[in-house]
Design a protein around this ligand. Sequence first.
Ligand SMILES: NC(=O)c1ccc[n+]([C@@H]2O[C@H](COP(=O)([O-])OP(=O)(O)OC[C@H]3O[C@@H](n4cnc5c(N)ncnc54)[C@H](OP(=O)(O)O)[C@@H]3O)[C@@H](O)[C@H]2O)c1
Length: 236
Amino acid sequence: MPTSLLICRHQIFGMKQPCTIGLIGGTGTEGRGIALRLAAAGLELGVGSRLPVRARELASELNEQLKAGRISGTDNATLISQSEIVFLTVPFVHADAVLQEHRERFFAGQILVDVTVPVVFDKGPRLLELAEGSGAEHIRNRIPLHLALVAAFKTLPAHLLAHADSWLDCDEFICSDSVEAKRRVLDLVSRIPRLRWVDAGSLSASRSLEAMTLLAIDINRRHKVQASRFRLVGLP
Ligand SMILES: NC(=O)c1ccc[n+]([C@@H]2O[C@H](COP(=O)([O-])OP(=O)(O)OC[C@H]3O[C@@H](n4cnc5c(N)ncnc54)[C@H](OP(=O)(O)O)[C@@H]3O)[C@@H](O)[C@H]2O)c1
């Protein structure tokens, strides 16, 4: 991997609110978990929904849980126009329609964080066959070129994320073709305690990350557990 794509740990630690953060479809299990963890780490953010009342209700519920008013709720369109870093936390099968609907709202310098995993559960869990090789690369082909894309939070089980009082104690794998966009998302992840971020390289690494999610789903079912996740050995 070209060293220019590798990010070293000392390039990360910022403390103040680095940017405006929003989660499209942040009302689901994954969105709720990510919102809770980032807000618990001191960050302010917005959750978006097709129904703004639903987003506001979730925001007040999570603020209640956190005993801090760091989360706001609004409709996806407003959220996209106000957020420098936008997490895509809708089901993969609906991602194309959501991205097409809001295409004109994405602005230059913005970062889209793809959390989606193209897994379907018809004949048992399986990954969709995508011409681009991964969900993230599929999404890359469907968003404006001026929008930087980072793949993250693909291998962390949502319900564990949502239990803000339980340590994650695992690795979080992040990949992108944009070094700067990846550094800014790593900065956010580095604020979540006992979650070690791992630079997984270029966007095509999503093929491995999405396959790892499928493996974790399979292992959860086989071993009747709920929160199997990954921690790499051999990394300094
Ligand atoms: N669950 C996990 O453990 C996990 C782990 C890693 C990654 N992920 C990924 O995270 C994403 C979200 O997963 P989830 O479990 O949170 O999904 P979810 O609860 O089924 O859906 C998330 C949100 O997406 C919005 N949504 C649903 N259908 C939509 C549609 N047709 N058009 C627009 N928005 C729609 C809904 O928000 P509103 O109705 O409020 O608009 C919903 O609350 C998925 O892509 C999944 O692969 C999940």
